[in-house]
Design a protein. Structure first.
Length: 153
């Protein structure tokens, strides 16, 4: 993974991610310039498979500052570039098991291509989130105690 442009921090909080997939994304000229400047928000975005194609829905790419009246629409649906086998596999898992495709991050790979990391996730309930927070706090306390013991306090 190269330079990360945007991350969806809320995704790992709201979903338990089972699997991840890297997808290319089809962007227009002003969109890619805006993405390179880091003006992307994946907060309420999700991916949808429709008619054998994968689409990124709800991602906000701010209009490019150097653009004119032909600038892009900020919240338009953007096509994700995946192999046919990947699309079919994801579509089957989303339909059968109640998973959701959530964008986790957008980044540029080593060749300078914009990529989106999709997570195949299942929505968490409130008690799942509380359990995750309690486990994280317990782990942090244990690490702190171990560090203190290691220092000889």
């Amino acid at each position: 993974m190269g330079k990360t442009v945007a991350q969806n921090r809320k995704a790992r909080h709201d979903y338990s991610i089972e699997d991840t997939v890297e997808a290319g994304i089809a962007l227009t000229g002003t969109e890619i310039k805006s993405v390179r400047e880091g003006h992307v928000n994946l907060q309420d975005a999700y991916a949808r498979i429709e008619h054998g194609e994968a689409w990124l829905v709800g991602a906000h790419v701010a209009p490019w500052s150097g653009g004119n009246r032909y600038n892009h629409e900020p919240k338009r649906d953007r096509k994700l570039l995946l192999h046919r086998g990947q699309i079919d596999q994801l579509a089957g898992r989303v339909k059968a098991k109640g998973f959701t495709l959530v964008p986790l991050s957008m980044y540029f790979n080593d060749r300078g291509r914009a990529k989106v990391q999709l997570g195949l996730g299942r929505g968490k309930k409130a008690f799942d989130r509380r359990r995750d927070i309690a486990e994280r706090d317990a782990r942090r306390d244990m690490d702190r105690e171990m560090a203190d013991a290691h220092r000889g306090r």
